[in-house]
Design a protein around this ligand. Structure first.
Ligand code: SF4
Length: 303
């Protein structure tokens, strides 16, 4: 899942715990309509380990919208948090969207994290209705396309289910932003992770694709496997090689790729497929010539 902590004085009195949102929602008003993540089992993720999942009450959501309106009446973008707010009942989501477009006259887009299981729990008709009511973009943490990696990290879905979930969002006319995690298979499963991920991304054909690099934090179950030596993490060069192997076979129609998240060793951006050749040449050159001065130092990486 694409992630970035956000904290400001307004948010501190407004939110429960640390808030995460996609980097591209940096200037959005964040409304926390759910707390935590219903799944909350992924072994690489520590974002919501300290929170018990709950849906905020109608009254809390009404107050939240009122406070947001008072502080940011001209908000053009709103992001609904926490981890998988798409898990909300469709009628409730539709009513939230109606309120938002009524209360924020300049609102242009509402974004949300959608877990694959929550997407699959909604029918195509429900997703169409959400699109018509102004839901603009769904952020889906694909993480990997390898069945073995998905199972190891307890994502809770198969690659086939992930493809179906992604395709369902695209078919509803919603923008889809997918995130993958470089290094998630470790040294042992790097090739399988790269090719499997390229395969399912090609089948999903998202509008946006973001790459993060694995950084298990102490609260994440995977951290213990790393410390215990069972899971061997990739080096910076191996990570970039894995990215090359993922991008090379990727077949998408029109997709903005970015690796600008703070966890990555190298920030890259390309429109695919048009700029794929250039992106691969850049990777080959930097890795081939070991241009380490271009890489983000380990101590500067973050989540
Ligand atoms: S679905 Fe997994 S990665 Fe996403 S927030 Fe929940 S536990 Fe974290």
């Amino acid at each position: 899942m694409s992630q970035e902590a956000r904290n400001d004085p307004f948010n501190d009195s407004f939110y429960e715990g640390v808030i995460y949102r996609p980097p591209s929602e940096a200037s959005s008003l964040i409304l926390q309509v759910t707390v935590g993540c219903r799944h909350n089992q992924c072994t690489f993720c520590s974002m919501y380990k300290g929170k018990s999942f709950r849906v905020k009450s109608d009254e809390e959501i009404r107050r939240l919208i009122g406070m947001g309106q008072a502080q940011y009446p001209w908000a053009e973008r709103i992001f609904l948090a926490d981890g998988d707010a798409l898990t909300l009942d469709t009628e409730l989501l539709l009513s939230i969207l109606r309120q938002l477009y009524r209360e924020f006259p300049r609102l242009q887009r509402v974004g949300i994290y959608g877990g694959p299981k929550d997407i699959l729990a909604k029918s195509p008709q429900e997703l169409n209705a959400l699109k018509r009511q102004g839901l603009g973009i769904v952020y889906l943490g694909v993480e990997s396309g390898s069945p073995v990696v998905l199972e190891q990290v307890k994502k809770g879905v198969t690659p086939q289910e992930m493809v179906l979930a992604g395709q369902r969002i695209v078919a509803a006319g919603l923008k889809l932003s997918c995130t993958v995690i470089l290094g998630l298979g470790g040294k042992e499963l790097s090739r399988e992770h790269a090719f499997g991920t390229a395969n399912i991304l090609s089948a999903i054909d998202p509008h946006y694709l973001g790459a993060l690099t694995l950084m298990p934090e102490p609260d994440a179950p995977l951290y213990r496997r790393v410390k215990g030596g069972e899971f061997k993490q990739l080096t910076a060069w191996e990570t970039l090689h894995e990215l090359y192997e993922m991008i090379e076979p990727l077949e998408v129609t029109d997709c903005i790729f970015r690796s600008n998240h703070a966890s990555n060793y190298l920030p890259l951006k390309a429109r695919l497929p048009q700029e794929k050749g250039q992106l691969l040449r850049t990777l080959t050159q930097i890795v081939g010539q070991a241009q380490s001065h271009l890489l983000r130092p380990e101590e500067w990486r973050g989540l």
